[in-house]
Design a protein around this ligand. Sequence first.
Ligand code: UDX
Length: 414
Amino acid sequence: MKICVLGTGYVGLVSAAVFSELGHEVVGLDIDEAKVKSLKAGKIPIYEPGLAELVSHNLDSGRLSFTDFYPEALKGAEVVFICVGTPPKADGSYDSKFVYSAAESIAKNLKNEAVIVIKSTVPPSTAETVKAIIAQTAKVKFSVASVPEFLREGQAVNDALHPNRIVIGADSPQAEQVLTKLHRKFNCPILIMSPASAQLVKYASNSFLATKISFINSMAILADKVGADIADVAKGLGMDPRIGAAFLNPGLGYGGSCFPKDTWALIAFAESLGYDFKFLKQVDQVNNDQIDYFIAKMGNVKGKILTILGLAFKPNTDDVREARSTVLTAKLKKMGAIIHAYDPVVKGEFTDPYQALVNSDGLVLVTEWQMFLDLDWAKVKQVMRRPNIFDGRNFLDKEKLKKIGFKYWGIGRQ
Ligand code: UDX
């Protein structure tokens, strides 16, 4: 099948690579000329394990190509994926302007019948608006569908190749048929529903996962108060199959390009319909408060050197959007702390963790990169001024660290 993927950000690039890997002919379209040039040379603008190899392999096979020219990308395409960004507006709702301008450009350049698929995360009414925009100009038959994406950064290639479900929100039997055929090679259930329902599945999934995180973070505070261990609590809780063990890791809260933005957007969307989504507002509030709760463990930070380990919003990515490191750093600086920071992938002022820890009064672990487990802790203790460890992800081996002579603070973990 010939496919056009419009927008080569995270979702677009991974989708283009994976569909070409499955044997489809894919053209990745982006209006950023410089980006297209480097993609053509196999250069990937993001850090995502396995993606560069997948893109190179499919460029070599001839199934994957990139262009900034609409007519070339749309020529013969049976399916056009819209994967452009939907940044948050001041009120938390999504700004769908890039989706709408993509729809206008598609309408002007489409010369053959196609299914236009919205993969960007958008409010449920967007499919209708996109349909109206395209209908104004297009001279050919088309349908509009929503197929939300559930991939996680850092594991995006594997998630896209092995999804646990495909949700197809189709507005016509024709779109349903084409999209079912396109996704046939994935070994998972395919759910067919309306475009509005499909978008709500996406909103609901991310908001529910964010809820689990805020819930366990609240429980971690209680665990601190009664001297319990939140890891044991989460284990006991997660073994109930109705609850499940995933996303019960306490810490500094959730960040990234999806959870914060999607919860705000769902709150704003509900508000636009006259519903006050109080529950989700609390989920967001708990997430914000978690940083203050953690900072309170550090005592008086004025004039202290604190070393942040991990800047990315989670391991195996270079993405710092809504990263807890950013919020934490801003708050600590405001309180008078001197911040040193190191991340194995995100560029900071230090390129070596030990250098970043020289004369430090506290090591603050923010992102659970595997390499931090394997630090030479005797060396760390030697270079630090005071042996204080604040583990914002309950990640480090606290018993081992205590034996070496560190003082250790986790969250819900004594
Ligand atoms: C998420 C969804 O998982 C994915 O399905 C969706 O398509 C996009 O949003 P992503 O943002 O890449 O993916 O990261 P994820 O692994 O879900 O983590 C999000 C944040 O939650 C991170 O900051 C992470 O540290 C935090 N988190 C996750 C926790 O604090 N505790 C957990 O138990 C799990």
